[in-house]
Write a protein that binds this ligand. Structure first.
Ligand SMILES: [Zn+2]
Length: 429
């Protein structure tokens, strides 16, 4: 029983210039006439206002941790019978998947009975269940965002994260940069003051407002005078990945730094004397000072060959990668993997801590090739080459580079001009 369902169209016009105003404002006449010219012609369909009762308001409940439909419906004042009738919609799939933070809204009919339920998953998707007798019928609304591109220039003074924040980037975009360049840059140890990143990234817009940041389109990182560039490319198979301008994948066999360096506040992390032994004893790894709890990643795909505790290593994890390579992670606060477990690159295997022979929280990372310790900072030069796009993709790939290459070049030019002005060498004015 759809009781006089009414679709009301309410047009609210805000800030219409008041033409009766007698106050003359200098320079306002042009603005006023533009505003008048921009007003849309309005066509009102006049209906009998008395015949249109205002729709009752929705009563909203937020899904909480540990919630279920019975709890939510009863908070809103509805019964188990209502839960049953709504949830059997669509062959029992109605409201089956609800997650904390989502909204369930309820609308009551004339006699106080449950008339509609709205499951709002996000601003982009909601489902309305409308009563028809003892059943409900569902209708799904999906909206899509409009994609735009934005650009930013980062100048690193202390860390990627702070430079990104200063440039107004969201965590998501900063993490995206770390992800794109994680195979070629150790963001904890490589950056130097004056390094720059220029990037173009997507943003999603809804109703004229930014809804979310999207993926990185192209980026260039200049580290001590050497520029690494990266371009997003979706190949003819539909697989999206990042490549340099020569078509070599940015995805390497090993991460340069196996931890979430966006959490590391200072990039400058020189290898110090061993914190416990206070000597220059040969240090067979790299130390990353980072806050306790910082996620530690598997540097590459592999299998956990040891995960345990010793008084020297504290909580530790050893990973075997293929036949030749092995990586060690020591002093972990928590281990997140078990011996024998397969791991993929970037998977969290534990968190930074100070267990074992360590004075402060840090990750001690070792890299072994055929059982021999290597300097993790240098070993990357001798590792297998990253894969390149096949020759059959190259023409298509190159054709997609034109625009982003121009965008990066323009940003680089802007950045150089800005830096020239900052140091007073532009000679302008
Ligand atoms: Zn160490």
């Amino acid at each position: 029983m759809l009781a006089a369902t009414v679709v009301g169209l309410f047009l609210v016009i805000m800030a219409i210039p008041d033409s009766d105003t007698s106050v003359e404002k200098a320079g306002s006449s042009l603005a006023d006439s533009v505003a008048e010219a921009a007003l849309p012609a309005l066509h009102f369909v006049v209906v009998d206002a008395k015949a249109i009762p205002l729709p009752p308001p929705w009563h909203e409940e937020t899904v909480r941790e540990g919630d279920n439909l019975s709890l939510i419906f009863s908070r809103a004042g509805f019964s188990e019978r209502d839960v049953y009738e709504v949830s059997r919609t669509d062959g029992g799939r109605g409201l089956r998947k609800i997650y904390p933070g989502q909204t369930i809204a309820f609308m009551t009919g004339e006699n106080g009975e449950l008339d509609k339920v709205k499951h709002i998953e996000s601003k982009l998707k909601w489902t309305v269940f409308t009563r028809e007798g003892n059943n409900f019928i569902s209708s799904v609304t999906k909206r899509s965002t409009e994609l735009r591109q934005e650009s930013a220039i980062l100048r690193i003074q202390s860390s990627l994260f702070l430079a990104g924040e200063r440039a107004g980037l969201s965590n998501r975009v900063i993490m995206g940069l770390a992800d794109v360049f994680g195979g070629v840059i150790d963001f904890a140890l490589d950056p130097r003051v004056g390094d720059t990143i220029e990037l173009v990234y997507e943003t999603q817009w809804l109703d004229g407002e930014k809804y979310a940041d999207g993926a990185i389109v192209a980026a260039a990182f200049t580290n001590r005078g050497t520029t690494f560039d990266a371009f997003r490319y979706t190949d003819s198979q539909g697989d999206m990945s990042y490549y340099n301008s020569e078509g070599v994948s940015m995805r390497k066999a090993f991460l340069k730094a196996p931890l979430d360096f966006t959490r590391v506040s200072s990039n400058f992390n020189p290898n110090r004397l061993h914190p416990i032994y206070k000597t220059k004893r040969p240090h067979r790894g790299t130390d990353y000072a980072a806050p306790r709890g910082t996620p530690v990643y598997a540097a590459g795909d592999g299998r956990v060959v040891e995960a345990g505790y010793t008084r020297a290593n504290g909580n530790y994890v050893f990973i075997q990668h293929g036949e030749s390579y092995k990586t060690h992670y020591l002093h972990l606060h928590k281990r997140r993997v078990k011996q024998g477990q397969r791991v993929t690159q970037g998977e969290i295997i534990g968190t930074v801590g100070s267990t074992g022979a360590a004075t402060g929280p840090h990750l001690h990372y070792e890299f072994l090739v055929r059982g021999v310790h290597q300097n993790p900072r240098r070993v990357h030069k001798s590792l297998p080459k990253a894969k390149s796009l096949p020759a059959s993709e190259m023409a298509r790939f190159k054709s997609t580079l034109q625009t982003p290459l121009q965008q990066l070049a323009a940003l680089h030019q802007d950045n150089r001009l800005a830096m020239g002005q900052a140091t007073g060498s532009s000679g302008g004015e």
